[in-house]
Design a protein around this ligand. Structure first.
Ligand code: NIG
Ligand code: FE
Length: 423
């Protein structure tokens, strides 16, 4: 008999990816556990019983320490997980958005001095306290939209000091508020104005990666919790060879790998990432057929970011249907950043995934819960409603899963529980 500290009952529909070892692949992404009249019991921030209310009540004994919450017949799912954000930056690029509305492309704007480098200028001028405050504000909004864990990248510092300050900001933000962050070091996001690319890549490999690994260890990462290294491998940014060199060094230092691949042009990063056992390959608008096959045979998760195509006003989207039909493990993320996608709402991304990527509601839920958890190295701990999993749970102001895409521009989240505590 469990003596729960939290019981969520009167759940109209309890929906979760089922427990399996590893991420959900291909058509299995559409197979969810769906239970009417459900309940969840938690002890110390972990789920101890979950399923039909009549069954759960047989496994628990409520005490005076038990907090009972009625879901009032609403939809309950795992907390949403965002496996791709550029959370920390200063300034905004609203003018670029309007330039794109008038027909300029992302590449043209970047060439004319906008893009990532413009956000770098603003971010370098901010103090670490200012960056932390901006991050806190964004994280509290993300929680309100149902995100309970997220990945967060550096990449707007582009110098030794500034990139390490961004990384430390992410590590502090993880400690100072409830939404858990998985840190990613990404100095290879763009080449800073003051340096040639070859020189910058050398500095990344020689100085920045070892300093990042040291800082991560100081905050308790890398030994038991995964932290990441990421590269923007695309035309005008970093080559396949740059990416390989950065990744080999990162792996030596104990960092796990993820990559911005095939966003505009395919340079071969997907194959490299699969060969090196990367946790995820992200974007994939320009992915080639042979790379889809190699991805489908690996456990590397394809993180698709439909908000970015939408925000960049592109017709083209990642080939989600082909990836799923071929048996890949697909996740969804926001790509929240100041330039190419200023959207953090995962319910909105859910709607875009159904509309633009032709994903089903079942697939989209798996993609932003269990598979997103595997994309950040935490699939055995978060992303499912299952005994032993962390009690990250959301109650939606909806009756059924199918209403999520329909309500995409509302905030359809009623209550959010993180580690068994309402936030
Ligand atoms: O994921 N592709 C590279 N990085 C971001 C864009 C960041 C920016 O424009 O500031 C992305 O889309
Ligand atoms: Fe990105």
């Amino acid at each position: 008999m469990h003596e729960p500290d939290l019981v969520i009952e009167n759940i109209g529909e309890l929906v979760s990816p089922p427990f399996i070892h590893g991420p959900h692949r291909g058509h299995d992404m559409g197979r969810l556990t769906r239970i009417n009249d459900g309940a969840i019991a938690c002890v110390g921030g972990r789920i101890v019983a979950c399923g039909e209310q009549s069954e759960v009540s047989k496994q628990i004994k409520k005490t005076d320490k038990t907090k009972t919450v009625s879901a009032k017949g609403k939809l309950v799912t795992p907390g949403l997980i965002d496996p791709h954000t550029h959370l920390v930056f200063s300034g905004n690029r609203a003018a670029e958005f309007l330039m794109r509305c008038q027909g300029k492309t992302y590449a043209e704007i970047a060439k004319a001095g906008g893009g990532i480098v413009a956000s770098t200028t603003a971010t370098r001028q901010a103090t670490s306290d200012e960056l932390e405050e901006l991050g806190l504000k964004r994280l509290s909004m993300m929680l309100q939209y149902g995100t309970t864990s997220a990945e967060a990248k550096t990449g707007y510092g582009l110098s030794h000091e500034s990139e390490l300050m961004m990384l430390e900001t992410i590590l502090k933000l993880h400690q100072n508020q409830p939404l858990e962050l998985t840190p990613t070091f990404m100095p290879a996001h763009a080449v800073p104005k003051e340096m040639k690319k070859a020189e910058y890549v050398d500095v990344i490999i020689r100085d920045m990666l070892p300093a990042a690994a040291e800082l991560l260890r100081k905050y308790g990462w890398l030994d038991s919790q995964k932290a990441y290294s990421d590269v923007f491998c695309d035309e005008g940014y970093f080559t396949l060879d740059d990416t390989r060199r950065i990744f080999e060094r990162s792996a030596e230092l104990g960092m796990s790998l993820r990559v911005h691949a095939d966003e505009f042009v395919s340079l071969g990063a997907v194959r490299l990432a699969c060969d090196l056992g990367a946790s995820s390959v992200d974007h994939l608008l320009a992915i080639k057929q042979e790379d889809i096959r190699c991805l489908s045979e690996s456990n590397t998760v394809a993180v698709l970011l439909p908000g970015t195509s939408f925000f960049l006003n592109l017709e083209k989207h990642a080939p989600a249907r082909i990836l799923i039909d071929e048996g890949a493990c697909v996740a969804l993320g926001s790509d929240f950043n100041p330039g190419s996608c200023h959207i953090f709402s995962l319910p909105m991304i859910f709607g875009l995934a159904c509309m633009k990527l032709k994903m089903t509601a079942e697939e989209a839920l798996t993609a932003m819960t269990a598979n997103a958890a595997y994309a950040i190295g935490r699939g055995e701990d978060i992303g499912r409603l299952y005994s032993g999993y962390q009690a990250d749970i959301i109650i939606w102001d909806l009756g059924a899963l199918e209403e999520i895409p329909y309500k995409m521009v509302w905030n359809p989240i009623l209550r959010v529980f993180k580690k068994g505590v309402e936030v």
